[in-house]
Write a protein that binds this ligand. Structure first.
Ligand SMILES: NC(=O)C1=CN([C@@H]2O[C@H](COP(=O)(O)OP(=O)(O)OC[C@H]3O[C@@H](n4cnc5c(N)ncnc54)[C@H](O)[C@@H]3O)[C@@H](O)[C@H]2O)C=CC1
Ligand SMILES: O=C(O)C(=O)[C@H](O)COP(=O)(O)O
Length: 368
């Protein structure tokens, strides 16, 4: 069988190479002709899987995306054509939790905030939103969750969007959707942006099109700008360049880019395709991962927010990603966004570092 996989999907040769012919290619530039003799297509979020791409895919029996988000895949089309589909729900939720935790601690340091006692609203309380909620609670923050679709299914304890948008920190974790009563395209639109208070911090680590970036730029150019953390951008890989100087932490859609998260993404497709073919799964995710450079450190004495920030930065330095982003944006490379993502260094999750002497509180923050 022939598998065509995005070149940015790690571990495909280790997972599929023993029993399939594996060909890799850049995901953004995939052409219909490349699918003529392909049995299984493995993509990431940058490949639009639609009628045009599958026009000549006569043999295709399986499409997998090694991502949580599925907005790039026409799943209705796959169902109509009898092509099996799999995604990787939750694969990089821990990485998104690490990203938002790192962002909160850096912003707090920058603004001189104590996070304990402040409110944080999670918009979309699924896998990534719940992970972020857990980290925020571990920081002593008061967490509010807004998730109307879950509330409609009988879950309780939610606030509505307008209440959520009054929190000190508002972190977005919804899928991108264009239709239906809970469509999220421009969920943060010009009207809502105008109502926000300048003391608020807004974080987007889900999909760029959930925020109206032009309306946000208008707000930021006025006399009461918001504090912003943006990992995702409307119309990626293009970025509204003028907005970037008004964003405190700006990164190129890498919130979910831990090595563990990517490995889990590839592994979920290995499991799904193996199941479909009736093959045993002989490997585990753990077998794919190298040992972390630093696996253990000891903590003596008390821990405050500053020390927590330093501990997090030992494993994940979000400001490094922000610096690289700004440097690359200022350069002369129109393909900088994809390049930064392709060349992204191996980033380990906080859980890879065992901190002795830190107790349960550090484990709640994500450490091992
Ligand atoms: N920046 C990055 O690297 C990453 C981005 N993502 C994005 O984050 C999204 C969310 O991921 P998960 O939490 O794992 O998905 P999930 O499906 O587990 O949770 C999403 C939640 O959003 C809720 N929701 C849907 N519409 C809503 C609305 N209008 N208002 C409030 N809540 C709404 C759903 O009911 C669900 O509970 C993904 O679809 C993906 O687009 C995910 C991983 C990494
Ligand atoms: O899982 C998701 O959803 C994401 O947003 C991924 O982290 C995106 O990574 P790529 O698929 O664009 O490499």
């Amino acid at each position: 069988m022939k598998i065509l996989a995005d070149e940015n999907m790690p571990f495909v040769r280790e997972l599929f190479g023993d029993w399939a012919e594996v060909v890799t290619c850049p995901g953004r530039a995939l052409a219909p002709e490349q699918l003529i003799d392909v049995d299984a297509l493995l993509v990431r979020s940058i490949t639009r899987v639609d009628d045009a791409l599958l026009a000549r895919a006569g043999r295709l029996a399986f499409v997998g995306t090694a991502t949580i988000g599925c907005d790039h895949v026409d799943t209705g089309l796959l169902a109509r054509r009898g092509i099996a589909f799999a995604s990787a729900p939750g694969c990089n939720k821990v990485a998104v939790g690490d990203y938002v935790l790192a962002a909160l601690l850096r912003v707090a340091e920058h603004q001189g905030w104590s996070l304990a006692g402040r409110s944080l609203a999670v918009i979309g309380a699924g896998n990534t939103g719940s992970e972020v909620a857990g980290r925020a609670r571990a920081l002593g923050m008061e967490v509010l969750c807004c998730d109307p679709p879950l509330a409609e299914r009988g879950a309780t304890g939610f606030v509505d969007l307008e209440q959520a948008l009054c929190a000190d920190v508002v972190s977005f974790h919804v899928p991108l959707s264009h239709q239906g009563p809970h469509a999220t395209h421009h969920l943060l639109d010009a009207v809502r942006i105008a109502r926000l208070d300048e003391r608020q911090l807004l974080i987007n680590a889900c999909r760029g099109d959930v925020w109206d970036n032009h309306a946000l730029l208008t707000r930021q150019q006025g006399d009461s700008p918001l504090t912003l953390v943006m990992d995702v951008w409307e119309h990626e890989p293009r970025v509204l360049t003028a907005l970037v100087p008004h964003v405190l932490l700006a990164t190129p859609h890498i919130a979910g880019y831990s090595l563990e998260g990517k490995a889990r993404g590839s592994f979920a497709l290995y499991q799904a395709l193996s199941r479909r073919l009736g093959r045993p799964c002989e490997l585990t995710v753990e077998q794919l991962l190298p040992a972390p450079a630093v696996a253990q450190i000891g903590l003596e004495g008390g821990r405050d927010q500053t020390l927590t920030e330093r501990l997090v930065r030992l494993v994940y330095d979000i400001e490094r990603d922000d610096r690289q982003f700004r440097r690359a944006l200022a350069g002369d490379d129109p393909g900088f966004f994809d390049r930064l993502r392709k060349e992204y260094p191996d980033r380990r999750e906080l859980g890879s570092l065992h901190v002795t002497g830190g107790g349960e509180a550090l484990r709640a923050l994500g450490f091992g």
